[in-house]
Design a protein around this ligand. Structure first.
Ligand code: ZN
Length: 70
């Protein structure tokens, strides 16, 4: 709640690149189904982070930052 990603940088450790993508995810063991967690990623790390979440079955959708904020 009250979590804005208005000027976000990549969630990958050590990466300071501006984020172009929002990875929306949910951990069914911790979160209710309507709960949405968001990682943001630069172009370079989008695949890495999406893959990380997808392997665990957490990834819900990947949205371009423009659309995510709009
Ligand atoms: Zn990055």
């Amino acid at each position: 709640m009250g979590n804005t990603a208005s000027h976000a940088y990549c969630s990958r450790k050590g990466c300071r690149a501006p984020a172009d993508w929002a990875l929306v995810w949910n951990n069914p063991k911790l979160h209710t189904p309507d709960r949405r967690k968001v990682w943001v990623a630069c172009d370079e790390h989008r695949e890495y982070l999406a893959n990380f979440l997808d392997l665990r079955g957490f990834l819900r959708e990947t949205i371009p930052m423009d659309e995510f904020e709009g």
